[in-house]
Design a binder for this molecule. Structure first.
Ligand code: ZN
Length: 240
């Protein structure tokens, strides 16, 4: 079983298709979506329908929750709020309902997936250091948990202590626990513009990260044509 873990797509259809083509070429047999299908970019309906038709496990992201609700977005940063208001107008009620019904946490095989953290999945905490990761590990009862949300691929390993190790190829070893951020398909923020996702090979117990080029010019043109904030197009090229 080779599982592609992909999330934080954020309505970037070109990046999503490039990642799925790569996962297929990499002989992935199964797919798991880490949430934040919509928000920021200009193709929420296309991305939602692609993921929905895949029929794979999906966990809910904060943008999925905000785009499918009708609550005020006033406390949010203005650019994200503008994109979410626009996204709400693109989705029909059936699509909003599908997003609202997504689960926060799922266990698949012997591992767990969540968009943000297991300690407070509804609070959308950001894990940016090993202390944040420690809170998650207190509630992680499987050896491996995958997450997203910060748009930065990261790997935390818990043995007698919690450490961050480079997000490269990771061998899952007995006696250690792993909390792994799979990065972002549609809006990476680690300075690399290419779409990011991870593959977990269950037989070799190996997690690998993939970076995939896509037609970023097309994505940027669509953002501007939709009347979304231009900085959303600019940030894609900078990977931030
Ligand atoms: Zn996100």
């Amino acid at each position: 079983m080779r599982i592609a873990l992909f999330g934080d797509i954020h309505a970037n259809h070109e990046a999503l298709e490039a990642v799925l083509a790569d996962a297929s070429a990499q002989n992935c047999t199964d797919y798991i979506c880490m949430g934040d299908i919509v928000g920021y970019n200009a193709d929420p309906v296309a991305c939602l329908e692609v993921v929905r038709k895949m029929g794979c496990p999906v966990v809910k992201g904060n943008h999925d929750e905000d785009a499918s609700g009708s609550h005020s977005l006033d406390s949010m940063n203005p650019v994200a709020a503008a994109a979410l208001e626009w996204t709400r107008r693109q989705l029909d009620e059936e699509q909003r309902l599908w997003l609202r019904r997504l689960r926060m946490v799922r266990q698949i095989e012997d591992f767990t997936v969540v968009h943000s953290t297991l300690d407070q999945p509804n609070n959308w905490n950001y894990v940016t250091n090993r202390f944040d990761a420690m809170s998650n590990f207190s509630y992680q009862f499987t050896q491996v948990c995958f997450h997203g949300h910060t748009h930065v691929p990261r790997v935390y390993v818990k043995t007698d202590k919690v450490q961050e190790v480079p997000a490269e190829s990771i061998a899952i070893e007995e006696g250690s626990k792993y909390f792994i951020n799979v990065g972002s398909v549609g809006q990476p923020r680690d300075g690399d513009w290419r779409a990011c996702y991870a593959i977990y090979d269950l037989s070799s117990k190996l997690v690998t990260f993939r970076r995939i080029e896509y037609d970023i010019d097309a994505t940027q043109r669509k953002i501007l044509a939709a009347g979304l904030p231009p900085m959303l197009a600019e940030r894609l090229a900078e990977g931030r």
